[in-house]
Each structure stands twice: as structure tokens, then as C-alpha cells.
Design a protein around this ligand. Structure first.
Ligand code: ATP
Length: 217
């Protein structure tokens, strides 16, 4: 289903969100106070307009209230980011996603009513460190502080065994929810499934158990 999105702030962060949504066939309005940024964004958005979103009347006239979600990708000008979120929520935009530069900025955005606050630099830093600490982990989703889903390259000593033989549930307290092999995904693999070299297991469990398994060598 096509949804209407607006991205305010067409820097690297905002433009990469806008491009991805646009490529997925969604309607994307790009907004920036800087004319050059607006010009450059034309190939990557459905429409793009120049506006200062700290001006309530300007925001009203764009009609952002009717969008499914608005992403506030203004970072460095913290005051502009906070005021924009406040105006959007006061107007009744149902879903406002905002980028925060630091913890305090994030807390203020939440107080202003942001529905989802993202910390791109912090999160990317965590991802890079995670990748360095556990090279076998190709990707991960944190479900909570304690639990994650991870894509783990199968350790060498585990190849050519079935899932039943590996018995990750008993040995590591982990559940295999899928196997990725040559760009194909086998969901809910049977216990008799043999694990090949270069297979990637999609595994769910506690972070410490995932770490133990991923670092088996
Ligand atoms: P990025 O880190 O995403 O590359 P950046 O470093 O270019 O961004 P930011 O300060 O985060 O700079 O601003 C992102 C964009 O937000 C800029 O293009 C800027 O013109 C735009 N912007 C800043 N203030 C406003 C505002 N009040 N209304 C609309 N757009 C704004």
C-alpha cells in the first residue's frame, strides 16, 4: 500500500531515508530550508519544496497533518529540530520520527511528542563495534536489552551436521528460525536439515548465548 511520507532536512541522513522510501514506490515529499538541497533531491523524491519548518504557518500550508509519517532529519540545528517536532505534533501528525544528536536532544524530542527517536551515529557505532567483536555475526536485531535475532555464519566445526546433531537449543539455549543459503531462505528448517559450509543461521536467543555461539571459531 502506498503511504505518504515527508522528510524534513535533506542532508545525507534525510536523503537516504527519502530515497529508500521513494524506490520502494512510496510517496515522498522532501522539505528543506536550503534551496540547493531541494534542487539536488528532485531525482530521489516525489516532490520537494523549500520551507522553514520552524515556521508554524509554513508547516500548516504544506498540509503535513495528513501524512502517514514525517521524518525530522534536521540534526545540527537542535533548536530547529525540537521546534519542528513540537509544531508537527501540535498539528496532529500521527507519526513523527526524529533524529537526535545526543541523549539530551533525544529526551527533549520525546518530551515534545516524537513517536520514535533515532540516534544514527550512536547506533552505527554500536554496529561497527559489534561487527569487530563478533565477525561471524552478519546482522542483528535487538529485541530487548537481553534478547536478539542474529544472522551467524556457521562455525567451521559445525558444518556437515544436522540441526538435530548440533542441538543448539540444549547446548546454547538458542533457536534456529531460518537458514540462509545462496541467497535463499529456508524458514522453520527441519531438524534433519544438514548444515553446509557458508550457511548462515538466523538464530534467536539471549545476547550472552548468541555471543558464546558466534565466537566458537
Ligand atoms: P546530515 O548529517 O544528514 O548529512 P547535515 O550535516 O547536512 O545533515 P543538518 O544540520 O543535520 O546537516 O541538517 C540537515 C538538513 O536540514 C540540511 O539540509 C538543512 O538545510 C535542513 N534544515 C535545517 N534547519 C531546517 C529548518 N528549520 N527547516 C527545514 N530544513 C532545515
Amino acid at each position: 500500500m502506498v503511504k505518504q511520507y515527508a522528510v524534513i532536512g535533506l542532508g545525507r541522513f534525510g536523503l537516504s531515508i527519502a530515497t529508500k522510501l521513494f524506490e520502494a514506490g512510496q510517496e515522498v515529499l522532501g522539505v528543506d530550508v536550503n534551496e540547493e538541497r531541494v534542487e539536488e533531491s528532485h531525482p530521489y523524491v516525489t516532490h520537494a519544496i523549500i520551507a522553514d519548518t520552524t515556521d508554524e504557518n509554513a508547516v500548516k500550508s504544506i498540509g503535513l497533518r495528513n501524512f502517514d509519517a514525517v521524518i525530522v532529519a534536521i540534526g545540527n540545528d537542535i533548536q530547529a529540530s525540537i521546534m519542528t517536532v513540537l509544531i508537527l505534533k501540535e498539528l496532529g501528525v500521527p507519526k513523527v520520527i526524529a533524529k537526535a544528536l545526543n541523549k539530551l536532544h533525544g529526551q527533549v524530542l520525546k518530551k515534545m511528542g516524537a513517536d520514535w527517536v533515532v540516534f544514527p551515529e550512536r547506533d552505527m557505532g554500536i554496529r561497527v563495534a559489534h561487527q569487530l567483536l563478533s565477525p561471524n555475526v552478519l546482522n542483528f536485531i535487538e529485541l530487548s536489552k537481553e534478547y536478539s535475532v542474529e544472522e551467524i555464519k556457521i562455525p567451521e566445526k559445525m558444518v556437515e551436521k544436522s540441526l538435530r546433531e548440533l542441538d543448539l537449543r540444549a547446548k546454547f539455549n538458542l533457536s534456529v528460525i531460518a537458514i540462509r543459503r545462496n541467497h535463499q531462505i529456508n524458514i522453520s528448517p527441519s531438524p534433519e536439515e544438514m548444515i553446509n559450509r557458508d550457511d548462515v543461521l538466523v538464530v534467536i536467543g539471549k545476547n550472552q548465548d548468541l555471543e558464546r555461539f558466534a565466537n566458537m571459531g
